[in-house]
Design a protein. Structure first.
Length: 313
């Protein structure tokens, strides 16, 4: 019996310019993805998703990579460190000023265990939400001697005491290079950098890499840039292809082969309090994020080995 993709190809033919070919490709990729096994890492991977340039798909990538990993069997915790709370919105958890949040964790009023909430759509995904109050945290903790380590200390304590093993902790950082981002970088061992497929996005990349270098030198020597993900990619344009080639040539071992396309469904999903993985699971946006998550999962052994090697230096 022929598959759905084979049926579509039989009907529409093999002309790559036709709508039928695009549908066939989408269906084929979806079917292939559903058959894949996502390997779970040997220990918890702690990943901050950061880019000081806004509008590059940072929060979108955080929530959808997390949702894709959790949908394929991983236990995932997302920590929203952006006062805008967009990750909390997309994951469907309450994050008003009276709701428990990461602000309470940084201030020492609550533990992560007390502040985290269950994502309503995905059983194995939990969220520590952010509220607008978080925007005042930088000033309030600025004079504390351990101000850079507040999140790391809370996360270390939580992971040590939790009866549940978490495969991934992803932290969504604000589009800045302030104390909240420094806290996030100090709490993790890995950085995931989303890069928009436009030349302006490349200009800020050097500044971000320099900031990561300063954090490595002064606060967290184990921090590693493990992953770069090209977003808002349009394979029909020369510009997108050139940007991808340029980034890949500079960082060949960390840029994912998967690119994230511009799609309406990716943009629509948060307005329904959902990730695109839940909102449009068979669409190209969900498929692309699923493929990116699979690449990330498959790289776990080499990434963890690189981190261990760094610790041994």
């Amino acid at each position: 019996m022929e598959s759905t993709s084979e049926t579509i190809r039989r009907i529409f033919g093999n002309d790559s310019s036709t709508l039928g070919a695009e549908i066939a490709d989408e269906t084929s990729r979806y079917e292939r993805l559903t058959r894949q096994e996502f390997p779970r890492p040997a220990r918890t991977r702690r990943i901050a998703v950061a880019n000081q340039k806004g509008g590059v798909g940072k929060t979108t990538s955080t929530v959808n990579v997390s949702a894709a990993l959790a949908s394929h069997g991983a236990n995932v915790l997302v920590i929203d460190m952006d006062p805008q709370g967009n990750a909390s919105t997309a994951l469907g958890v309450p994050h008003g000023t009276k709701d428990p949040s990461v602000y309470d964790v940084l201030e020492g009023r609550l533990t992560i265990e007390q502040a985290k909430q269950q994502c309503p759509d995905i059983e194995q995904l939990e969220v520590v939400p952010a509220s607008i109050e978080l925007s005042g945290a930088e000033l309030e903790v600025a004079d504390l001697p351990n101000r850079n380590d507040l999140l790391r200390e809370a996360l270390d304590s939580f992971l040590e005491q939790s009866e549940k093993h978490y495969d991934y902790v992803l932290i969504d950082c604000p589009p800045s290079l302030g104390l909240l981002v420094i806290n996030s970088m100090c709490a993790v061992t890995e950085m995931l950098i989303p890069i928009q497929a436009e030349y302006y996005a490349l200009e800020g990349l050097g500044q971000l890499i320099n900031t990561i270098g300063l954090v490595q030198d002064h606060y967290n020597p184990n921090l590693t840039v493990s992953t770069m993900l090209v977003t808002m990619y349009d394979r029909r344009t020369l510009l997108s292809r050139e940007v991808f080639t340029e980034v890949k040539s500079h960082y060949p071992s960390i840029v994912l082969d998967t690119t994230i396309p511009r799609t309406v469904k990716i943009s629509e999903a948060p307005s329904f309090g959902k990730t695109v993985i839940s909102y449009d699971p068979r669409g190209m946006g969900a498929i692309a994020y699923g493929e990116a998550a699979l690449e990330i999962a498959r790289r776990s052994a080499s990434v963890l080995a690189a981190i261990d090697s760094k610790r041994g230096d």
